[in-house]
Design a protein around this ligand. Structure first.
Ligand code: NAD
Length: 328
């Protein structure tokens, strides 16, 4: 099938990496983001467009002659950001409505939607956690404005597909990390924030590492390269239901701090602040469907991905005084 591939949110973390992989594989790509070009985390040899997808006519203009859309544009961030910005996160639904309408009108083949583990009920992620398989979304209790928007947008995708020729693919992503993403702008997630705080110790700018919660929060972290492979496999697959993309290597936050310290070669003292924003207690993915339907399984061990991520963040700190970050 001819036509271009459109990637929304291409100036962001995941979108930027997906664009790069698609361009490297020789595909014609339109990359769009609302941020000015010099604020994109990376730029590839794509048709890079700065545009606001809250504007319906912009979406309609971009989807002409496009065969596949990877839809990542969203107003989002780590737990601190999403817990303080319900409205901003929820309002991202407008972008998805615009994109779906444009895809239907222009006869786009497939739209891949980046959903999140935040769609799963928080009650399954407490002291007695359940491995989250895709069917466990009901009874609905998503996490705040961010999770509600993701669940609603998944449904929008389903309705759009049911009423048109558009195929939709839904990736439920669990904590993706790696270089070339937020690490110091208030939207960073735990792995980047911990890498930054450990690097501050390594650089003599800080004496200890402040960690939100008691360190026992259980998580899995998916390295960006594995994530991109899974997303592209999903876009090309026949799967129509949502598919979890996650690592099944579980780690608690205290262990993650230790792992980063080891990679950094510094001894750090973790200072736990239980009142900080921590999210759910334990988030355990079930990745059986991705394995079965896509033949996908994450290949990068956490220690390896953290090594690359730490080195990148440490390098970034040479360009910026870490104390100006201010998101501790
Ligand atoms: P990101 O913040 O790095 O990228 C999102 C990009 O969307 C940003 O560059 C932003 O400028 C752009 N954007 C926002 N509003 C826009 C608009 N009106 N018009 C055009 N562009 C706009 O986030 P990310 O980590 O790359 O996440 C990408 C997607 O994956 C998001 O939908 C996110 O919810 C989802 N997701 C990410 C993770 C993760 O761990 N990173 C986990 C679950 C789901």
């Amino acid at each position: 099938m001819s036509g271009e591939v459109l990637v929304t949110g291409a100036g962001g973390f995941i979108g930027g990496h997906v664009v790069r992989r698609l361009v490297e594989s020789g595909q014609p790509v339109i990359a769009v983001d609302v941020k000015p070009l010099d604020s994109w985390w990376q730029r590839s040899a794509a048709r890079n467009v700065v545009a606001d997808l809250r504007e319906p006519t912009t979406c309609a203009r971009l989807t002409r002659n496009v065969r596949t859309v990877y839809h990542f544009a969203a107003d989002m961030g780590g737990i601190a950001y999403i817990s303080e910005n319900d409205w901003r996160c929820a309002a991202t639904a407008a972008i998805t409505v615009n994109m779906l309408r444009a895809c239907i009108d222009d006869g786009v083949g497939t739209l891949l939607y980046a959903s999140s583990a935040c769609v799963y009920p928080t009650s399954l992620q407490g002291a007695d956690p359940v491995p989250l398989s895709e069917s466990l979304v009901y009874p609905e209790a998503p996490e705040g404005g961010y999770g509600s928007e993701k669940l609603f947008s998944e449904r929008l995708c389903g309705y759009a597909a049911a009423s048109s020729g558009l195929q939709v693919r839904i990736a439920r992503l669990f904590n993706v990390y790696g270089p070339l993403g937020s690490w110091c702008d208030g939207r960073e997630k735990a792995p980047a924030a911990i890498c930054r705080k450990v690097a501050e110790v390594a650089l003599g700018k800080s004496e200890d590492v402040l960690v939100w919660g008691d360190g026992a929060q259980l998580r899995s972290f998916l390295y960006i390269d594995d994530c991109v492979t899974g997303l592209i496999a999903l876009a090309q697959a026949g799967a129509t239901g949502p598919v979890n993309l996650a690592s099944d290597q579980l780690v608690n936050i205290g262990e993650l701090v230790e792992m980063v310290s080891e990679v950094a070669g510094v001894k750090v003292k973790a200072r736990y602040e239980e009142a900080g924003p921590t999210g759910v207690r334990a988030r355990i993915p079930d990745i059986g469907r991705a394995r079965q339907e896509l033949g996908w399984y994450p290949s990068v061990p956490l220690s390896e991905g953290i090594r690359v991520t730490y080195r990148w963040i440490y390098g970034q700190m040479g360009h910026l005084d870490a104390v100006t970050c201010g998101h501790h």
